[in-house]
Design a protein around this ligand. Structure first.
Ligand code: NDP
Length: 269
C-alpha cells in the first residue's frame, strides 16, 4: 500500500483523491490518498509528520503551500520546480524531493487539442504562480513566441526579465490587437470570481485554441466570452489538472496512467 495525500487550505474541493484512485485502479496499484488541510503555520510540521510513516511515498501540494514546499525541498528539486519556484509534488526517495508537474499537465492537454505547439505563438494572460510554472515547459514543447500580458503590467515585465529568454516577451493589452496567437491561455484567477481579464481588442477568432486554467461544472465566463467572440475551440483546465496528476503518479510509481478515460469519468460525474 502506498500512502499518498494532498495538502492545501482549503482542500475539501480537491479532485485529486478521485483522480489518483482511478489511476491506481487502471495501473494495478494499491494506494490510500487523503486530503490534509493544515494551517499555514503548521505546513512544514505536517509534511514531516506525514513522511514518518514508512508507507508514505508522496503527496501533492496545492494553494497556498506550493512556494513553501519549494523552500523545503530547494536542494532537491526538478528543474521545472526550480523555474517555477513552486512545488506541487513531493516524493520521498531516501530524501524529500520536489517536483512541479503543472507545466507538463498544461502542455499535455494543449498537445491533445491543437495540431502542434512546435513553432507556435502563445499568449499567457496572467503573471502569477500558474503562469510562471508553465513558461519553460511551453518553450521545451517548441513554442516559438511566448507573450505574457497581465493586469499589473510590471509583474509581467518582471517575470519576463527573470526568464531572460528571447522567445518570452511582455505585451500590453493595447498591443494585443496587432498580434496573431495560436493558443491563448487564461492563467488568471479571474474566472473564480466570475470576472474577465481585460482582453483589449484581442481577436480570438484567429486562434486555434482558447484555454482557461480554471475548471468547474460550467464553462467559465472567459470560455463563454471566447465562444461568443469567434474562438474555434475553447477548453477549461480540467485536462491540465488530470495531466499534472498523471505526471505526479508517474513520479511516485513509475507508471503512466491513461488520462483520457479519467477526464471523461470526471466530466460525466
Ligand atoms: P496567483 O494568485 O499567483 O495569480 C493570479 C493572477 O491572476 C495574477 O496575474 C492576477 O493579476 C490575475 N488576476 C486575478 N484577478 C484578476 C482579474 N479580475 N482580472 C485580471 N487579472 C486578474 O494565482 P495562480 O497563478 O497560482 O493561479 C491562477 C489560476 O490558475 C487559479 O485560478 C488556479 O485555480 C488556476 N490553476 C489551475 C491549475 C490546473 O491544474 N488547471 C493549476 C494551477 C493553477 P495581478 O498580478 O494584476 O494581481
Amino acid at each position: 500500500m502506498k500512502k499518498l495525500a494532498v495538502f492545501g487550505n482549503p482542500v475539501a474541493h480537491s479532485l485529486s483523491p478521485t483522480i489518483h484512485q482511478m489511476f491506481a485502479k487502471s495501473c494495478g496499484e494499491i494506494i490510500s490518498y487523503t486530503k490534509i488541510e493544515c494551517a499555514p503555520a503548521s505546513f512544514a510540521q505536517s509534511i514531516s509528520d506525514f513522511f514518518l510513516d514508512p508507507q508514505a511515498v508522496g503527496c501533492n501540494i496545492t494553494m497556498p503551500f506550493k512556494q513553501e514546499a519549494y523552500r523545503l525541498t530547494q536542494a532537491h528539486c526538478d528543474p521545472y520546480a526550480e523555474y517555477a519556484e513552486a512545488v506541487n509534488t513531493l516524493f520521498y526517495n531516501e530524501k524529500l524531493c520536489g517536483y512541479n508537474t503543472d507545466g507538463i499537465g498544461l502542455v499535455s492537454d494543449l498537445i491533445a487539442q491543437v495540431s502542434s505547439l512546435q513553432g507556435s505563438s502563445v499568449l499567457l494572460i496572467g503573471a502569477g504562480g500558474a503562469a510562471r510554472g508553465v513558461v519553460v515547459p511551453l518553450l521545451d514543447a517548441g513554442v516559438k513566441e511566448l507573450y505574457i500580458s497581465n493586469r499589473t503590467g510590471e509583474k509581467a515585465q518582471r517575470l519576463v526579465e527573470q526568464f531572460s529568454r528571447n522567445e518570452v516577451q511582455a505585451i500590453l493589452t493595447d498591443e494585443l490587437t496587432s498580434k496573431k496567437f495560436d493558443v491563448v491561455v487564461n492563467c488568471t484567477s479571474a474566472s473564480l470570481h466570475n470576472q474577465l481579464p481585460d482582453l483589449g481588442r484581442l481577436n480570438l477568432g484567429n486562434c486555434e485554441l482558447v484555454y482557461d486554467m480554471v475548471y468547474g461544472s460550467q464553462p467559465t465566463v472567459f470560455m463563454d466570452y471566447a465562444s461568443t467572440n469567434g474562438a474555434p475551440r475553447v477548453s477549461d483546465g480540467l485536462g491540465m489538472l488530470v495531466g499534472q496528476a498523471a505526471e505526479a503518479f508517474y513520479v511516485w510509481t513509475g507508471k503512466r496512467p491513461d488520462t483520457a478515460e479519467v477526464q471523461v469519468a470526471l466530466r460525466t460525474g
